[in-house]
Write a protein that binds this ligand. Structure first.
Ligand code: AMP
Ligand code: TRP
Length: 333
């Protein structure tokens, strides 16, 4: 059976990179071909300091945002990671089989830990093992993510493979990443060499799904570009990361190929293009923001969706965890 698992951290509102790189694909993959399980990964958020009340509120709001984007509780299982304790339990079991060398290679750890590596929390280092456990506790076969998660998914395959090898059975699947669509790595609007991220201190670096029309217009207007007009062909974007990013965003939002976008805008200045891009973003994002506002007016309804999703997730994860415990020699009385 094909089973999709994917997750998103509730550390900030959802941004356009999350949407185009991941969540829009999550929505599209719902259907008869896959069983789809989507998770707000609040335990992952704890790898950096969080205010407890904010974390709770953001977890609920991000779940509502996913629903507003089109995650349908009738088609998918939607829940918060901490509702299913099997994730943490499997994470411990897998961490006992994961060499430190594998974790020390992770670029996200190196970026987040910075120079003061001894001060970084153990959770930050162990983060990819929890992510592997998230997926493997469902025997997830496919994981739709943005490009930045590729290395973590390679590690997930290594962990699954080494478990299978050690215990001499074909227990965990070797999960396939699904890095899909035109915008698998959306860049910061202020610096075309950095990815758009929830943790960038400048809100002008990103488009939030809840930004209103004026904010969208302002952010695109202020987005960094170079003084040249837009090129007419894709090759002309190669050494122009900011231009390439804006064109990629346009192409992904409009669902039109890059060469078609450039055929229309090649030779023109950025001002007109940016204003059309802002209009396009409003047309695509405003309905999501409206739906989110409607959902957030009834938080009890969102909670009931999570409660139901958590129960359905536990029904899959708990028996798989029990099998792992049996395989590893933990007593059952
Ligand atoms: P995170 O916000 O780190 O929890 O990411 C949630 C999902 O969004 C993951 O699948 C990421 O790969 C994806 N994602 C995050 N930032 C970007 C970006 N700038 N461009 C494309 N995908 C992204
Ligand atoms: N690490 C992912 C990110 O930061 C979020 C995540 C946690 C995830 N567990 C996952 C993604 C399992 C896919 C599958 O974006």
């Amino acid at each position: 059976m094909k089973r999709i698992f994917s997750g998103i951290q509730p550390t900030h509102k959802m941004h356009l990179g999350n949407y185009l790189g991941a969540v829009r694909n999550w929505v599209a993959l719902q259907g008869p071909e896959y069983e789809t399980i989507y998770c707000v990964v609040d335990l992952h958020a704890l790898t950096l300091p969080q205010n407890p009340d904010d974390l709770r509120a953001q977890t609920r709001e991000l779940a509502a945002t996913l629903i507003a984007c089109g995650i349908d509780p009738a088609k998918s299982i939607l829940f918060a990671q901490s509702q299913v304790t099997a994730h943490s339990e499997l994470s411990w079991l897998l961490s006992c089989q994961t060499p430190l060398g594998w974790l020390n290679r992770m670029t996200q750890f190196k970026d987040k830990a910075g120079k003061q590596r001894d001060n970084a929390g153990l959770g930050l280092l162990a983060y990819p093992v929890l992510m592997a456990a998230d997926i493997l506790v469902y025997k997830g076969t496919h994981v739709p993510v943005g490009e930045d998660q590729k290395q973590h998914l390679e590690l997930t395959r290594e962990i699954a493979g080494s478990f299978n090898h050690r215990y001499g059975r074909d227990f965990f699947p070797l999960t396939e990443p699904q890095i899909l669509g035109a915008a698998t790595r959306v860049m910061s609007l202020r610096d075309g060499t950095k990815k758009m991220s929830k943790s960038d201190e400048s809100d002008y670096s990103r488009i939030n799904l809840t930004d209103d029309a004026d904010t969208l217009a302002l952010k695109f207007r202020k987005a960094r570009t170079d003084p040249e007009p837009l090129p007419s062909e894709e090759a002309g974007l190669e050494t122009r990361p900011e231009a390439r990013n804006l064109v990629t965003i346009f192409s992904a939002l409009a669902e039109r190929p890059v060469d078609e976008v450039l055929a229309q805008y090649g030779g023109s200045q950025f001002s007109g293009f940016k204003s059309d891009l802002a209009d396009l973003a409003v047309a695509k994002l405003a309905p999501i923001a409206d739906e989110l506002a409607r959902l957030m007016a009834d938080p009890a309804h969102v909670d009931s969706i999570l409660r139901d999703g958590g129960a359905r997730a536990r029904a899959i994860a708990d028996p798989i965890l029990r099998e792992v415990q049996d395989i590893m020699g933990l007593i059952r009385v």
